[in-house]
Design a protein around this ligand. Structure first.
Ligand code: MLT
Length: 392
């Protein structure tokens, strides 16, 4: 018998009965090459902290997720040009979007839009790599068109091949205000939200759907449906509503309002995290950006006051393991200050960014090293409950 067959595999996790029906929380189910989430460092992309990546271009960080190393300046230029030339979408997509009910949530538009992109532009041979690059390039064009058409701001604005990724997105949204500050915020927002390990609900869902060999567009549409839920991506909308409800940057008044909201049974949004046990570095970076660009904006100031006021209040409850700000705590306040003031679009913006990470992870699983057909179809086991073993 060979050594490989006699060595018992390492036990990573004990599956005891109390772990059933807990949303797979903490269960190791696979490996991830793009990013990792640690309780202390937060998310790192291929080993780089976000502090190290926050000033890069969107294209450099996308390249990192896809190639597992940062590009040289020449590779960056070539990659920018490649993405730019892939960024146009079929006019039939715009026509179909124009017929959608405005009452639909922007995420419902996005899910529909992704299917439309697939119907009009997917590769013939279900080439995940090719579709990943096209989708990353086209998502800005789609999301900007959704905002413009749904808001009634006029026809979609075509992508410009000469502009970097985030500037191009700002150009296609077509807001009068904002200018360079909005473009820089979008660049930072995109980088901070791009990826978050393999187990967050949207990424897991996207990879699970791709494991059945559905194409990249359908897999990402499914991932975006997962992101749409208020416990996942839609939390960033609720956060802005919470900051507005508190409505004051005065620390004493702010603490009183938070306590009043909690006493009335209301929730505190933007604090706590599934994995992190300290302030989310994505929040830290955004606070610093807000202090630099919008030091006098009342909403941003309120979010910054909440950063100091909320954790000690939450720490009074010993059951709360992480009372610190997460990625959503200030993002809505920054987007509002920069001119994107309709919170209905914040989950859409999250989706715009997360597509790159999910698509890169799907590419990593199909094919997978040593398995040219990719990982097996996802098929966890459910244990029968409340049913007789047989009715015979
Ligand atoms: C996040 O970005 O914080 C996540 O997608 C949530 C999670 O990791 O579960």
């Amino acid at each position: 018998m060979s050594e490989a067959t006699t060595t018992a595999p390492k036990v990573l996790f004990e599956i005891t009965e109390d772990k059933l029906n807990t949303g797979l929380r903490g269960f190791p189910v696979g490996t991830c090459r793009t990013s990792a989430v640690s309780p202390t460092l937060g998310v790192t992309y291929v080993g780089y902290t976000l502090e190290q990546l926050k000033d890069k271009s969107a294209e450099e960080v996308i390249y990192l997720l896809l190639h597992k190393e940062l590009p040289t300046p020449e590779q960056t230029e070539a990659f920018k040009a490649d993405l730019a030339k892939r960024s146009e979408i079929d006019p039939a997509v715009y026509d179909a979007l124009k017929a959608l009910p405005k009452s639909g949530h922007p995420m419902e538009w996005l899910i529909t839009g992704l299917s439309l992109l697939g119907m009009t532009g997917k590769s013939e041979s279900n080439d995940y790599k090719e579709d990943c690059l096209n989708l990353i390039a086209r998502i800005s064009t789609l999301v900007a068109a959704i905002i413009r058409i749904r808001e009634g701001w006029g026809d979609p604005i075509q992508p410009r091949f000469d502009l970097p990724f985030a500037e191009n997105f700002a150009h296609m949204i077509g807001l009068e205000e904002g200018g360079d500050v909005l473009a820089d915020l979008l660049r930072m927002f995109y980088i901070l939200h791009m990826d978050h390990g393999g187990g967050n609900l949207s990424t897991f869902t996207g990879k699970a759907v791709a494991s059945g060999k559905a194409d990249m567009y359908s897999s990402i549409a499914a991932a975006m449906a997962a992101l749409y839920g208020p416990r996942h991506g839609r939390a960033n909308q609720e956060c802005l509503a919470f900051v507005k409800e508190v409505g004051t940057s005065d620390p004493v008044e702010c603490e009183k309002r938070v306590r009043d909201i909690m006493a009335a049974g209301g929730l505190v949004y933007g604090f706590g995290h599934a994995v992190l046990r300290q302030e989310d570095p994505r929040a830290t970076i955004q606070y610093a950006w807000g202090e630099k660009h919008f030091p006098d904006n009342e909403l941003v100031k309120t979010a910054i006051t909440l950063r100091n006021v909320v954790p000690p209040i939450l720490q009074e409850n010993p059951k709360i393991s992480n009372p610190f700000p997460n990625v959503d705590a200030v993002s809505g306040s920054l987007l509002t200050a920069a001119g994107l003031s309709n919170p209905d679009y914040y989950t859409l913006m999250f989706g715009w960014s997360r597509v790159a990470g999910i698509a890169a992870q799907i590419v990593d699983e199909r094919p997978f090293p040593g398995k040219k057909d990719g990982l097996a179809i996802y098929r966890p086991k459910y244990i029968a409950d409340g049913q007789p073993a047989s009715r015979d």
